[in-house]
Design a protein around this ligand. Sequence first.
Ligand code: ZN
Length: 347
Amino acid sequence: MVKSDPLLLSEYKPKSELIVERTTLTGPKFPVIDIHGHFGPLVLGPDYANRYDTLKEVDKLKKLGVRNITNLEVLWGDELKQLLDKVAPAGDFIITFGAVDLTRLDEPDFGDYVERTLTESKNMGIKGIKLWKNISLGMKDKNGQHVPIDDPRLQVIFKFSAKLDLPILIHIADPVAFFRPIDQNNERWEELQGNPDWSFYGPQFFSFEELMAQQENMLAQNPETTFIIAHGGSYSENLGYVAECLDKYSNMYIDIAARISEFGRQPYTSRKFFTRYQDRILFGTDSGPSWYNHPIYYEFLETWNEYFDYSSSKVPPQGRWKIYGIGLDDEVLEKVYNKNAVKLLKL
Ligand SMILES: [Zn+2]
């Protein structure tokens, strides 16, 4: 027997020898509404308008079985208008969300500003409000203090969105591993090694537990506001906790964007979770022009396939594991794919 040389983790790319039946899908079983897409500067950068052809993107998405996709951007005023013009050729296919300028948080007329801006944006055509993780994971006020997501100054946004009947899609935390030390015990060590700025470990940040407490306060204090908590309700590593929150707060919904690696590594728990909370879960991918990965989501939700890659990268980017399909029943699947979104977005 020959013992091989030590190997660097970065060079280790094992190929699975498992041979097992795998169902191939040609598309989703029901039309899909993707509640988590990006067609503006947030992901594509300031030059976004030159980076894609709107009608070509619509065509690609239709071929993937998508009937609508949202456009979650943190824009208002002229910049929102430019974005809406860019996606206008898509008609109602691309559904844009808007936001407010939070650098004005400490201005005495912030409340009036929020009401004016959101009213104006709704008149321009936005169907929801996007609040991004830059608030809870970095933003500071004029005194240099972090702004918790349950900060009283933000209440005007929550209250007024309810008045305008616009849901808020909010990204609050990141994977729990990003809040832990980057060491040999971190399950996402490789990802953090490649993206050290994704680490939120340390006293300069809110802890993950603090963020969850703030998230619950926000939900409890604003029962009239509809919140779609992005990325599996912020805590897809702990669906028992998310389930408790869904039980407590009837204004809480979640999307599954960028979290099939989490849902898919706990297929028994996930299947029960999706079935029990079938009215509260929305399909989403966190994709945009040139990186649509819908088929892997369809495979996860619809099939009983075992031990497959959640990404096309040789080293799985969100942890070194594989996933399993959860074979959802048609009734549940249709709600997750489109019915829940039709209801929340009033399509
Ligand atoms: Zn996103």
